[in-house]
Design a binder for this molecule. Structure first.
Ligand code: JFZ
Length: 584
């Protein structure tokens, strides 16, 4: 069979599967790749593994701990290749490593896929590379192809398997990027590195390790078209493989990546994933005790799912080849929660609501109705869970843990679910609400209080910042209870707030801001009637003052949107806590 025919057959099979699913469930379409992305969207939760020879010393170099994240030790301590070999490569002997136990732990946690560093920036191949002896089989006392062992085991345990590969940075090959400290390197071109090492290694990974579901590029840098093409083309070797957005600047891949932080809102119409270390460092670091708490980890998973994304949670095997008990315990606790609650995570899509006071929501939409999974973080003391704006007829409501039926009552503003006194789970209890028909939810917008003033807080803003990517800097951050817009260095990034009013008229607009530079200018107001404003320095970014910006006319009652857009020529970064509208 030709490769082309094979591909048609394969795509056909995938489409068949996808159709079988959509008969029951209306998965939100995100375009041409629906069939290919189906398993990944369903999965929601994966394990990321940073494992390399840096783990042999736990990120330490001759008694010094040079870096926050252990896999960067060679770079941060400017370790020559020869010394890295003596201190790390020669000492890498993880005799306790057992692929079966390791993959079993991912499975126990409820993770559906595993992505591991086949080669990180240090250039060391954690597989039996056929083009460079700088690899775990030929260069370490361990001599075992750990990628092969994991690939085999993942297949056995039905965990999707993927490789992380640092395609541009390679601190070992003389053509790789990033090593500017080892003066013994006799430089060759980057294209030569791609030809001699990156391309053949990637090809090997995609042909000799069974089915590979994910290829996870990292740290894109400028490269020639030819280099880009030779790396990119390899991914065709695995039909249906999913790639991230970090191959090159113009390469969008199949999904966006968010690093360490969860975006406030998921990007619209795109697949995305948050990768995050379970502790502080990606690679195993001896002194790293910054393990995230079990509640944080579970709530992160829920939070990400409620925004429509996937959670790729990183763990860091030690030089012995095992995880620390801190990591194991956390994964097991997540697994315990998932055992009861996974129906509220797998195969769900993002919340149809705005911000919910008590927690998060995920959903599954079907032809005849929808299932809402209400994740209650803060169990209401009065036993009444209010779901704002929900207008649908309720078919039934119950606790996911134990299926205890719950009474509901509908009012104008939404639905109230009567809860038992005790939360089934202190971290996140799931209340399932099944509704009839197409989802009908009235967005709950802020409106003026009785005295006629309306507060638009930072955490209510919609930010136009390319979903928090680095290229448009503007973030909403929390600091001791307060939320504020910050790091607004980019004049292309802007903010908007939607609200409703019942009294048309003149409103005075003021803003609580801070500003280090002398002054900054921007435009503000309703769409189509923006006006200029300027605010003066408050001395430092941590000092806020309330300043009047001017007045605006609101001609109709109902829904409106107020914007703030930097003035490109005269913008200086300001922080903003809130906007206040006062009826005149
Ligand atoms: C990269 C690596 O340098 C790091 O060691 C780790 O593997 C991580 C998963 O990826 O680090 C990055 C990459 C991208 C950003 C930040 C750190 N980013 O886009 O903000």
């Amino acid at each position: 069979m030709t490769f082309f025919k094979f591909q048609i057959l394969f795509t056909g099979l995938l489409l068949l599967c996808a159709n079988a699913v959509s008969a029951q469930e209306h998965v939100e379409s995100r375009g041409a790749d629906d069939a290919k992305m189906a398993w990944w969207r369903e999965a929601k939760f994966g394990m990321f593994v940073h494992w390399g020879v840096y783990a042999a010393t736990g990120g330490e170099f001759r008694g010094e701990m040079p870096t926050n994240s252990a896999e960067w030790m060679m770079n941060k301590a400017k370790i020559p290749i020869a010394d890295y070999k003596i201190e790390n490569v020669d000492k890498f002997n993880p005799s306790q490593f057992d692929a079966k136990t390791f993959v079993g732990l991912a499975k126990q946690a409820g993770m559906k896929y595993l992505v591991i560093t086949a080669k990180h920036h240090d250039g060391f191949a954690m597989f039996h590379s056929t083009c460079s002896p700088y690899n775990v089989v030929d260069a370490t006392p361990f001599k075992r192809d750990v990628m092969k062992e994991l690939a085999v085991e993942c297949q056995k345990q039905s965990i999707r398997f993927g490789f992380y590969y640092s395609q541009c940075q390679d601190w070992h090959h003389p053509g790789g990027m990033g090593n500017n400290w080892d003066k013994t390197i006799k430089r060759v071109s980057f294209d030569e590195y791609v030809k001699e090492k990156a391309a053949p290694e990637i090809k090997q990974l995609l042909t000799e390790y069974g089915p590979i579901s994910i290829f996870w590029w990292d740290t894109p840098r400028d490269m020639s078209k030819e280099a880009f093409e030779s790396l990119h083309s390899s991914t065709n070797l695995q039909p249906g493989i999913i790639t991230n957005d970090r191959l090159g600047k113009e390469h969008r891949g199949d999904h966006k990546t968010f690093e360490r932080n969860i975006p406030r809102k998921g990007p619209v119409g795109a697949d995305w994933e948050v990768c995050m270390p379970i502790s502080g460092s990606w690679g195993y670091k001896k002194s790293d005790t910054k393990f995230k708490s079990i509640p944080t980890l579970i709530r992160n998973l829920v939070d990400i799912a409620s925004k429509g994304g996937n959670y790729l949670l990183n763990v860091s095997p030690t030089g012995e080849g095992t995880l620390l008990p801190d990591a194991t315990e956390r994964l097991q606790a997540m697994g315990q929660w998932m055992k009861i609650n996974s129906a509220s995570i797998y195969g769900t899509t993002g919340s149809p609501f705005g911000k919910l006071d008590w927690g998060r929501c995920t959903k599954k939409a079907y032809a005849k109705g929808s299932t809402l999974y209400l994740h209650v973080f803060d169990w209401p003391e009065d036993g009444k869970l209010f779901v704002p704006g929900l207008n649908n007829e309720i078919e039934q409501a119950y606790l996911l843990d134990g299926w205890q039926a719950l009474e509901t009552s509908s009012t104008d503003g939404g639905v109230t679910v009567a809860l038992p006194e005790e939360a089934p789970d202190e971290i996140a209890s799931v209340v399932v609400v099944e509704v009839h028909g197409k989802l009908d939810i009235t967005p709950v917008l802020p409106k003026p209080s009785k005295d006629g003033s309306l507060e638009l807080l930072a955490d209510m803003a919609y930010l136009h910042n390319n979903e928090g990517s680095e290229d448009l800097s503007l973030l909403e951050e929390k600091h001791g209870g307060d939320s504020y817009l910050s790091r607004w260095s980019d004049a292309e990034a802007w903010a908007e707030w939607s609200f409703t009013i019942d009294k048309p008229g003149t409103y005075e607009v003021s803003a609580e801001v801070s500003l280090k530079e002398k002054k900054t200018s921007f435009r503000f107001g309703l769409q189509g009637q923006l006006q200029s404003a300027e605010v003066e320095s408050t001395g430092k970014l941590s000092k806020y003052t309330e300043t009047s910006l001017g007045t605006i006319e609101i001609e109709k009652a109902g829904e409106h949107t107020l914007l703030i857009k930097p003035e490109k020529e005269s913008w200086n970064p300001m922080n903003l806590k809130k906007i206040v509208l006062k009826a005149q």
